[in-house]
Ligand binder design. Structure first.
Ligand SMILES: [Zn+2]
Ligand SMILES: [Zn+2]
Length: 351
C-alpha cells in the first residue's frame, strides 16, 4: 500500500485544495477502503458552497460520502471482509441500541455517526461502519454504479414511506424535481410498476426521467405555483394518490401538497434550507384526509436493498453518471454539478 494519498481538502466556502496526505492505518475493527469510485451529490455541493456542514463537517476537512472500493487493509479482529474485497460503505452507522434503532428507524438514531472523506484515494472506515453498514458488492456490478447505493437507499426509504401497498398496483405518483435523487425515485417507482408523472424545469433531465421509466413528464416553471398544470396530467385531472417533492424548495412543497387528491399522501422528501416554513391549508388537510410525511436519510435495510437493485443491469441508474474525474479534479466536478452540466460525477480514487 502507498504511504501517501491524494485527498480533496475543503478549507472554506468554495475553497478546495488537493493535498498529499498520509494513508490512514486501521485500528482494531477498522478497514481502510481504497476508493474506486465516489459519486458527487447535491449534499456535497451544499457542503462545498457553505464550507462545511453544521452536523457533519468542520473545515479543514476531507469530504464526499457516496463510496465504493476495495478493502486495502484490515485492523485486528476484522473477519467479515477479506483484503481486496469489493465493498460499499454507507455514510452513516446507527448505534443499534436507542429507542429508534430498536424500532427499525435507524435513520433517526440519537447517536448516528457519519462518514465523510470519499474524495480521496483511501478512507479509514470506523469499526461501527464495518460491523453495521458495509456490504460486499455483488459480482458484475461496477464501482461507479455501486457508489449510488447511498442515494438509492434514501429513495427506497422514501418509497417505503409512500405506503404504495395501500394505494395498489399502478398508482399514479407526481414527483417534483428531476435531480439525481428525483430520477432514482422515478426509476425505483417505475420498476415497481407505478405510473410517475415527473415535473421539472429542465428538459434534458426530463428526458433521462423518461429513460428511467417515467409515465409522463411535464416541464414547469421554477419557484412553485405549478400544481394545476401538473394535476391536469393525472387521469381524470383530479390529482394523484401520491405527491413527492424531491426539490427541497418550500414553494414546491406546497405544490406537492396541492397536487394530491382527497385521501392522498404527500412525501416531503427534499430537505429545505433551515428556518424556512410553508403556509398549510388546514381545511384541505382535514376534510380531504391528506397524509403528509417528512422523510430523511436511509436505514441499513434500504442500503442492502439498494445494492441488490443496482446489481440488476436493467436498472439503469448508471444513466446518472455523467462523467469521471480523478481526485485532483474534485472542484471541477462540483462546479459541473452547480452548472447542471452533470447529474453526478464519478471521482476515481484509483490508488
Ligand atoms: Zn448523497
Ligand atoms: Zn440508535
Amino acid at each position: 500500500m502507498a504511504r501517501t494519498m491524494k485527498g480533496a481538502m475543503l478549507l472554506g466556502p468554495e475553497e478546495i485544495e488537493v493535498r498529499d496526505l498520509p494513508v490512514p492505518e486501521p485500528d482494531d475493527g477498522e478497514i481502510i477502503l481504497a476508493v474506486e469510485a465516489a459519486t458527487t451529490c447535491g449534499t456535497d455541493v451544499k457542503v462545498f458552497k457553505r464550507g462545511g456542514h453544521p452536523r457533519m463537517l468542520k473545515v479543514p476537512t476531507l469530504f464526499g460520502h457516496e463510496m465504493a472500493g476495495r478493502v486495502a487493509a484490515r485492523g485486528k479482529g476484522v473477519t467479515k471482509f477479506t483484503e481486496g474485497a469489493a465493498v460499499v460503505v454507507a455514510n452513516s452507522a446507527p448505534c443499534g441500541e436507542c429507542d429508534y434503532c430498536k424500532r427499525g428507524r435507524e435513520n433517526l438514531c440519537t447517536d448516528l455517526q457519519y462518514l465523510n472523506g470519499a474524495f480521496a484515494e483511501y478512507v479509514r472506515v470506523p469499526a461501527r461502519f464495518v460491523d453495521r453498514n458495509t456490504y460486499k458488492i455483488p459480482a458484475g456490478l461496477e464501482f461507479g454504479k455501486a457508489a449510488l447505493t447511498e442515494p438509492l437507499a434514501c429513495v427506497l426509504h422514501g418509497m417505503d414511506a409512500c405506503e404504495l401497498d395501500k394505494y395498489g398496483p399502478g398508482t399514479e405518483v407526481v414527483l417534483f424535481g428531476a435531480g439525481p435523487i428525483g430520477l432514482l425515485f422515478v426509476g425505483a417507482l417505475a420498476r415497481a410498476g407505478h405510473k410517475v408523472i415527473l415535473a421539472d424545469p429542465n428538459p434534458p433531465r426530463l428526458a433521462v426521467g423518461k429513460e428511467l421509466g417515467a409515465w409522463k413528464t411535464v416541464q414547469i416553471e421554477r419557484g412553485g405555483g405549478q400544481a394545476e398544470k401538473v394535476k391536469a396530467m393525472t387521469s381524470g385531472g383530479d390529482g394523484a394518490w401520491v405527491g413527492v417533492d424531491a426539490s427541497g424548495v418550500p414553494e414546491v412543497w406546497l405544490d406537492a401538497i396541492s397536487v394530491v387528491r382527497p385521501g392522498g399522501l404527500v412525501n416531503l422528501f427534499g430537505g429545505c434550507a433551515p428556518g424556512t416554513s410553508i403556509p398549510l391549508d388546514t381545511h384541505a388537510v382535514h376534510y380531504s384526509e391528506l397524509t403528509i410525511k417528512g422523510v430523511y436519510h436511509h436505514r441499513p435495510d434500504t442500503i442492502r436493498r439498494a445494492l441488490e437493485m443496482l446489481a440488476d443491469p436493467d436498472f439503469r441508474a448508471d444513466l446518472l453518471l455523467s462523467a469521471e474525474m480523478p481526485v485532483a479534479e474534485t472542484e471541477a466536478a462540483l462546479r459541473a454539478m452547480i452548472a447542471k452540466d452533470a447529474l453526478k460525477v464519478v471521482i476515481r480514487g484509483g490508488a
